[in-house]
Ligand binder design. Structure first.
Ligand code: TLP
Length: 347
């Protein structure tokens, strides 16, 4: 197969020719000395976009989240977080290993929870319990189905956190999608948080890169921890240039991914034996349930692969599909055709 339509994740996007050109022309220096002008420019740009004092360029969304958790907590603290969130479930147990924290996972509705649930999860001051220290909100919520976290709900959690002395971090791996879908600016979304992480390597074409932003003293702590985990890099401006290019050229087009996801969901809903709720698709991530087929998600994914379509089985009968820069309008029609054949023809 020479061309795949890759709907497994928005992490698969590749740098465009113009992005590669920007990378090749980037001015660079040694970033461990703080002397890479392109890294510095990216950090300033993202800090400005998020309305924070400073930002730090790091290798991945995982590193951004985990440096933030480490910078906010002490070993033995507890982090209140939605139960299916990335930082708790999909970062290799890093919270326990790197920060010595434990997580209190609260059940969300498609990843969304409210202040009352956070309040119920806060520990009383008693030697038996860990100390509740940090609330993490994922926006958009990956496992929730690309859900946009409503800003009023975030503000209610902020009021509670302020009253109860908790800090707040946003896993904004796909904050850009939340902003494009809601019309809310990155700085408005970031304002209630003590720290925010954002990714450049999801849907935007960048080969690598995330940032973690917050007040100067927080970023200074995160910087120290970045060094400890071997994340201090040298002429990283080549990578940062991709990020600057993406922020300048690839943010508005996320709307296209959202339209494609909606169209894909509507098309899938018309195919027999697929359960999907197109009205719930808010951004670029959708999940469908293939249990009525009597086949596993893995079997369906393999049959689709033979037709050049890649999807991500995330459960026994659950398939995730994600639209992005490298999936076109026409690819959606082709993916739907492939899905129809797999559902109606022999596997
Ligand atoms: N998510 C990846 C996989 O790890 C599941 C994906 O394909 O969606 N926060 C959120 C909300 C994420 O979805 C991800 C990546 C991360 C953090 C971690 O980012 P990276 O992969 O850059 O460490």
């Amino acid at each position: 197969m020479d061309k795949y339509i890759d709907l497994r994740s928005d992490t698969v996007t590749k740098p465009t020719p113009k992005m590669r050109q920007a990378m090749s022309e980037a001015a660079v220096g040694d970033d461990v000395f703080g002397e890479d002008p392109t890294v510095n420019a990216l950090q300033e740009k993202v800090a400005f976009l998020l309305g924070k004092e400073a930002a730090l360029f790091v290798a991945s969304g995982t590193m951004a989240n985990q440096l933030a958790i480490k910078a906010h907590t002490q070993p033995g603290d507890e982090v209140i977080i939605e139960a299916s969130s990335h930082a708790m479930n999909f970062e290799g147990g890093a919270g326990a290993v790197l920060s010595g924290v434990q997580f209190c996972g609260i059940p969300g509705h498609r990843g969304i929870f409210d202040a009352a649930q956070v309040e119920a999860a806060i520990r009383v001051d008693d030697v038996h319990f860990p100390v509740s220290r940090l609330v993490v909100i994922e926006n958009t919520h990956n496992r929730g189905g690309g859900t946009v976290f409503p800003l009023p709900k975030i503000r209610e959690v902020r009021d509670l956190a302020t009253r109860r002395g908790l800090r707040m971090h946003m896993d904004g791996a796909r904050l850009w999608n939340a902003c494009v879908a809601s019309g809310i600016s990155p700085s408005e979304y970031a304002a209630p948080f003590d720290s925010v992480s954002v990714c450049l390597s999801k849907a935007l074409g960048c080969p690598i890169g995330s940032l973690v932003a917050g007040p100067k003293d927080f970023v200074k702590r995160a910087h120290r921890f970045r060094k400890m985990v071997g994340g201090g890099t040298r002429q990283a401006g080549i990578l940062a240039a991709a990020g600057i290019y993406a922020l300048d050229h690839h943010l508005d087009r996320l709307q296209e991914d959202h339209h494609n996801a909606k169209r894909l969901a509507r098309g899938l809903a018309l195919i027999k034996n697929i359960i999907i709720h197109p009205e719930e698709v808010e951004t670029n991530i959708l999940y469908c349930d293939v249990s009525p087929t009597g086949r596993s998600a893995q079997e369906i994914a393999s049959a689709l692969r033979q037709r050049g379509i890649l999807v991500h089985p995330t459960g026994k009968s659950l398939i995730r599909l994600v639209t992005h820069l490298d999936v076109s309008f026409e690819d959606i029609d082709e993916a739907l055709q492939g899905m129809k054949e797999v559902m109606h023809g022999p596997c």
